[in-house]
Design a protein around this ligand. Structure first.
Ligand SMILES: *Cc1c(COP(=O)(O)O)cnc(C)c1O
Length: 383
């Protein structure tokens, strides 16, 4: 294909590919679940084995130094400190904990975008909160000037924004929004489940949560919740320091939201995966992932009548495409997998009912994807 851009940092792609099991086909589905490295898989297995050898809680205590290092590094990626971060079971578990423990008066309003993730909206309304829709453009991106007016004239109790959507690879201007929220004295919560690992998430928010298995390529069943101390002070844990004779022995504030029993091996794996992300260089990772997004969009727009939703240069590796009239998205995903060995996700309208007019197909390559993989998808799609 002449004229299409080539990919930067081929060394990252080569190293990423060499570091993990050989894929059974063409894996273009990291927004669903990335492929873990041999080192991560090994670390998880070793911790599980260690539990069997010396006891689960003894093994956990032995891993505490590594886990604390992980809290520090993960928190650092979102602009916070080790004391501010709790490991959780998933991003979904984090948002449930956040809004069940944050004592907000019923009827409090939460500014959200039209494309807010289904589960987040359900959690907000379940907590008795009232979502109010912030102004966005046709791509679903926050309109900052209009948001500034809302925050000045009719501020919601808090703002909740998903930095990159599950249904659309558009990046929200969260840093600018954090500035506006701070000025208005409105707490800002960010869902970085699809953002962390592919865009900068050190954005100045009050609470940030995310997941392990997507762009960080850690194990499934692990997530995190990070709280600025001032935000943490507004939450009440189910069990807090007052229950303990020693007042909780100075346990860091976020730790009250960490589950007592958990898949510790998975947390160990996430810490190793974050280490690999840092070693690769987050800036270089971002550059290659955005280039992969662009290369995907260049190849797929118009193919077989499918239409790319994201702007060509949107700096993410998530591309969604709308089907031509009469083509079923689920059936296409099945055909790509079964007949061409290509793994992608059919995204149903329910993920963002106020923004999607119908299902889309999501393509999300990680660093190891090649232009040949994308060409193969383009050819298969047009069949
Ligand atoms: C995947 C996803 C979640 C949920 O993450 P889990 O770790 O599976 O709970 C939340 N928000 C967005 C935007 C996501 O894409």
């Amino acid at each position: 294909m002449g004229g299409v851009s080539s990919l930067p940092h081929e060394d990252l792609g080569t190293a990423w590919r060499a570091a993990r099991p050989r894929p059974a086909g063409i894996h273009l589905d990291s927004a669903a679940c990335s492929r873990q490295s041999e080192r991560v898989l090994g670390a998880v297995a070793r911790h599980a084995r260690h539990e069997a050898e010396i006891g689960g809680y003894v093994a956990e205590a032995a891993a505490e130094g590594l886990l604390q290092q992980g809290r520090s590094v993960l928190a650092g990626l979102v602009g916070l400190a080790a004391a501010d971060l709790a490991f959780t079971e998933s991003a979904s578990a984090s948002v449930r904990t956040l809004f069940s423990r944050w004592q907000l008066a019923p009827g409090s309003t939460v500014g959200v975008l039209p494309g807010e993730y289904w589960h987040n909206l359900a959690v907000l309304t379940d907590a008795g909160l009232v979502p109010v829709v912030l102004p966005a453009d046709g791509a679903g991106r926050l309109d900052l000037a209009a948001a500034e007016r809302v925050l000045r004239d009719a501020p919601p109790t808090l703002v909740h924004v998903t930095v990159v959507g599950s249904h659309r690879g558009v990046v929200q201007p969260a840093r600018e929004l954090a500035g506006l929220c701070a000025e208005a004295g409105v707490p800002l919560v960010l869902d970085v489940a699809q953002a962390l690992g592919q865009v900068d998430c050190d954005l100045g928010a009050d609470a940030v949560y995310g997941t392990s298995r997507k762009w960080l390529a850690g194990p499934r069943g692990v997530g995190f919740l990070a709280l600025r101390p001032s935000a943490g002070a507004r939450l009440t844990p189910v069990v807090g320091p007052e229950l303990f004779d020693d007042g909780g022995a100075g346990l860091d504030h976020a730790r009250w939201y960490e589950s007592h029993d958990a898949h510790i091996a998975g947390r160990v794996g996430l810490v190793v995966a974050v280490g690999e992300h840092l070693a690769a260089g987050p800036d270089r990772v971002r550059e290659r992932l955005s280039a992969l997004g662009r290369a995907t969009r260049e190849r797929l727009d118009g193919r077989g009548g499918w239409a790319v939703v994201e702007p060509l240069d949107e700096p993410t590796a998530i591309t969604t495409i709308r089907p031509p009239e009469g083509v079923d998205v689920r059936e296409t995903a099945r055909r790509l997998r079964e007949e061409h060995g290509v793994v992608v996700t059919p995204v149903g309208r329910e993920r963002a009912p106020a923004e999607l007019s119908g299902p889309v197909l999501r393509i999300s390559p990680h660093l190891d994807a090649t232009t040949a993989d994308l060409d193969a998808l383009a050819v298969a799609l047009a069949r």
